[in-house]
Design a protein around this ligand. Structure first.
Ligand code: HEM
Length: 222
């Protein structure tokens, strides 16, 4: 998958080349020690959304929010199509192989709604950056407990953007896309920092063990 979220949502090492920054985003900090340290993040990321971009996100969300149940399912079905290994993190439906059957699963629908509710809360907090940061950081911490590694978070943003385009039709413009990319890039970077913070506190190198195992086959107790 390309570096779809390579917008300007996060302050990163200004000396890093674009290629390097994209490859960090693609592989994630779990792909190496350097990334581990970056994920530990001393400095929080800055939300680089202009007021105009915030308004674009808010206005498009007003149109989208009535479709969030559908969008939530589409996003995760596409995530599982493109990255089947992500399904292993979900104890409740990891054993359903048929994606058509999975689409009808109540658990998947409920999970999709939880994720979309998080996006809704994020949109509502665009003017309160501290609260937004706290929200995404805590979510990253809980994803450590869910054994859901950061390298996949950005794909949720990519799939979200693809899923909402047909709903917004002509309201979807390159500016709207850029604004959503920037928001997701920020959320993903903040979640990633939360994940590594929790990992460090736990003393368990989950990223490494998941990588070594290919995928952790121990069911999550969720
Ligand atoms: C931008 C990316 C993502 C967002 C915004 C997101 C959001 C959420 C939210 C809001 C919840 C509900 C529970 C809570 O609030 O702690 C949740 C749960 C969970 N997520 Fe994510 N998630 C993302 C990516 C992923 C990925 C890529 C995976 C798998 C590889 C994953 C696996 C899980 C699991 C296993 C749970 C617990 C089960 C459940 O609530 O159904 N998440 N996620």
């Amino acid at each position: 998958m390309g570096c779809a979220l390579s917008g300007s949502g996060v302050v990163q090492d200004p000396t890093a080349s674009e290629e390097k920054r994209c490859s960090l985003a693609e592989d994630g900090p779990d792909s190496g020690e350097e990334g581990q340290r970056q994920g530990d993040g001393k400095a929080p990321e800055a939300l680089l959304l202009s007021e105009a971009q915030k308004a674009l996100v808010q206005l498009s969300w007003e149109i989208l929010h009535k479709d969030i149940a559908r969008v939530g399912v589409i996003v995760f079905i596409r995530l599982f199509e493109t990255h089947p290994e992500c399904k292993d993190a979900f104890f409740l439906f990891r054993d359903i192989d048929d994606l058509q059957q999975l689409k009808m699963s109540r658990e998947l629908q409920a999970h999709g709604l939880r994720v979309m509710s998080f996006i809704e809360k994020s949109v509502a907090r665009l003017e309160q950056e501290e609260k937004l940061e706290q929200l995404a950081f805590e979510l990253g911490r809980s994803h450590f407990r869910y054994k859901a590694p950061p390298k996949y978070y950005e794909y949720v943003g990519t799939q979200f953007i693809q899923a909402v385009q047909p709903i917004l039709k002509e309201e979807w413009t390159p500016e709207v896309e850029k604004a959503w990319e920037t928001l997701f890039r920020y959320l993903v970077a903040t979640m990633r920092r939360g994940f590594y913070k929790e990992e460090k506190a736990s003393g368990v190198n989950l990223s490494l063990s998941l990588r070594r195992a290919g995928a952790d086959k121990t069911p999550n107790k969720i």
